[in-house]
Design a protein around this ligand. Structure first.
Ligand SMILES: O=C(O)CCC(=O)c1ccccc1C(=O)O
Ligand SMILES: [Mg+2]
Length: 370
């Protein structure tokens, strides 16, 4: 396959309700939708999961645009590719910028799956026909409101409830939730809001039998997480700290993480996501698929990845309607009693809704070989 044309679009979508984390609140989602066309006319899509502010990691949709326009698209246009794994090689001289790389790599995987006449899930080696999913719930105005929000999603059937925590919104909140929902799988995500000095406070969470605590310490740390894990009975799951297979190996070997949250964008694409999955499977470390408040294309990629066998724990891939009045794919991603039925048609298995895409497009630019 040879990519002969790439179009970048800046899309802007309003979330149904604001989503608050320890580092900030999301309400408007600005992101890049990438369309790639190969020499046979097959079209593939990728979605950049970088946000508009560098809070979660250092990338933004504008740094992604710059990386794609000035470095990544020129490296890919006209290049003969036999397999999407080669994209990681082509980009290997460029450091980090993983979300930018992943945007184009995802589109190449989509084209590859279509041309080999299989679903993206099958192309990746996934076998599950349905996947179990949980939901991530932002910080609310009061614990009472949180309890009601959680109750709604528990009643919808989501298989695991994740709540965001931060200093001042942690132990008492988790105690209330555990008392209200004694049998529900509950976990907490701190998005790096604590330091090793907070060990005594974090130890109090052990009482609530949480499935895991996600990224309690610094976003670039694995050493302190290993120290903390020795003190906690609750498993630590790393998110922000893992950008590569090497990061995963070091974190597992150090005992910094017992579970890994895999986000395709954070690790630079589906190829590396799959490598981390395979490594963790060999090590007996369960993984799950994280979320970045994706629109439909990113969500479809998450669904496909989650069909791999070591995605043992429910991920954050909630249904489209939890985020958007109207998503950009047809059909939307639907969660029924905590389950997504994986599409079987060739490629990502969802069609782009061009009308919706046009409505959300702020600007677009096409790049081709000449
Ligand atoms: O519903 C989702 O897409 C996951 C939401 C979520 O937890 C999240 C949202 C924005 C930034 C970081 C994270 C995270 O997993 O840490
Ligand atoms: Mg997280």
């Amino acid at each position: 396959m040879k990519i002969v044309e790439v179009t970048l679009r800046h899309l802007q979508m309003e979330m149904k309700s604001p989503f608050s984390t320890s580092f900030g609140t999301f309400q408007t989602k600005d992101f890049i939708l990438l369309e790639a066309i190969d020499e046979k006319g097959t079209v593939g899509y990728g979605e950049s999961v970088a946000f508009s502010s560098p809070w979660y990691n250092e990338e933004t949709f504008k740094t992604n645009w710059h990386m794609l326009e000035d470095f990544l698209i020129p490296l890919i246009l006209g290049k003969e590719l036999n397999h999407p794994d080669e994209v990681t090689e082509v980009f290997s001289a460029i450091r980090k910028n993983n979300m930018a790389k992943s945007t184009i790599e995802g589109a190449v995987w989509d084209i590859y799956a279509q041309q080999s006449n299989q679903s993206l899930a099958a192309a990746l080696g996934g076998t599950k026909t349905q996947i179990d999913v949980g939901i991530s719930i932002g910080i609310q105005n009061s614990v009472e409101e949180l309890v009601e929000v959680v109750r709604g999603y528990v009643e919808e059937g989501y298989k695991r409830i994740k709540v965001k925590i931060k200093p001042g919104w942690d132990v008492d909140v988790m105690r209330t939730l555990r008392n209200e929902f004694p049998d529900v799988a509950i976990m907490a995500d701190a998005n790096s809001a604590y330091r090793l000095e907070d060990t005594a406070l974090l130890k109090q969470l052990d009482e609530f039998n949480l499935t895991m605590i996600e990224q309690p310490l610094a976003s670039d740390d694995i050493i302190d997480h290993a120290t903390l894990q020795k003190e906690l009975s609750t498993p630590i799951c790393l998110d922000e700290s893992i950008h590569s297979l090497e990061d995963a190996r070091k974190a597992v070997e150090l005992g910094a993480t017992k579970i890994i949250n895999i986000k395709i964008g954070r690790v630079g694409g589906l190829t590396v996501a799959k490598q981390i999955h395979d490594y963790c499977m060999n090590q007996g470390v369960p993984v799950w698929c994280g979320g970045m408040l994706e629109a439909g294309i990113g969500r479809a990629h998450n669904v496909a990845l989650t069909t791999l066998p070591n995605f043992i724990l429910p991920g954050d891939t909630a249904g489209s309607s939890r985020y958007w009045v109207k998503d950009i794919i047809e059909p939307e991603v639907v969660v029924d009693k905590g389950v997504i039925h994986v599409p079987t048609s060739a490629g990502i298995g969802y069609k782009l809704d061009y009308k919706a895409v046009e409505d959300y497009t702020v600007m677009k630019k096409t790049y081709n070989l000449d």
